[in-house]
Design a protein around this ligand. Sequence first.
Ligand code: PMP
Length: 352
Amino acid sequence: MSRYLIDQYQALEVYTPGEQPQDQQYVKLNTNENPYPPSPAVIAAASREAGRLQLYSDPVCATLRDAIASLHDLKRENVYVSNGSDDILNFAFMAFAGRGGRVYFPDISYGFYSVFGGLHGCAYHTIPLEADFSIDPAKYHRRDGMIVIANPNAPTGLALSARDIEGILRANPDQVVLIDEAYVDFGAESCVGLIGKYDNLLVCQTFSKSRSMAGARLGFALASPGLIADLDRIKYSTNPYNVNLMTCAAGAAAIADNAYYMDNCRRIEATREAATERLRALGFTVLPSKANFVFVKSDRVDGGTLYAELKKRGVLVRHFDAPRISDYNRITIGTPEQMDVLIAKIKEIMGA
Ligand code: PMP
């Protein structure tokens, strides 16, 4: 840090991304990427646009927003697109809370929520998960600030029903309720269908997980036109070309190829269920996940040790050295072959 950085940023707790090693070939199960590549049409669309990179992208992202809207039975004015869904979370904390504004989210959830809370000087409060790591929706009723819930939650993988979310919306008519559906395509119930009924609902999704495009950086928000216009105000005050030319085209092509991606999601769900059984057979506690990862612990090896021993053997998983969850590791669901390697290495470590 230099002495020029203003005070308000000196004390920031920044987000630590999962490792992205550029040198060694790991079985990479640490950042919830999709193990399957983008569809050929998506790769072709991105390559086509590469030859037009001298031009700015369409600031309105009309084609892409129309494609996303029609997939969800919504209109273009219900859709906002961004450079990854982290950007939307950032803007939401800025727009709907801001300095001193109240925000409520679970104590164990996506680590960026508290970072954005700190960045924008929000008065954020964490609400403890239950002993079994579930969210009690009643604890989010009648709050006096924005509510942020990842559904399914990360890193637990546990999901709420759309009915529970509706209860929260109904009990907070004057607050924005942000539901982060980054992992919803792996078997959880989306609340997108409630958008026409509740103008305080802001749903975030991403192409990073179910649509194999983490490196392209594409997220989107679905909400009432008013909330979308609010996000647009921030976009046009920061970076109007927030989605690049290649990503815009790749995103629209991915929507056109929806069946390919939904097939991959079903495959990942099947791999998840198989991995859950195999890990349980090895004595692991595995939370019932609706995401493309499982959150696991064993009484025989502590979380930090398992992480380190797997890394030594070429398998990367995610360990959070944080209260309540340091016994656990979050393991991304890869291909069946990658999960075979994981299980073999775990057996080796447990046998030792
Ligand atoms: N929300 C949750 C719960 C996540 O785990 C992630 C991925 N780290 C994101 C949002 C952001 O994803 P992206 O910016 O790649 O869209």
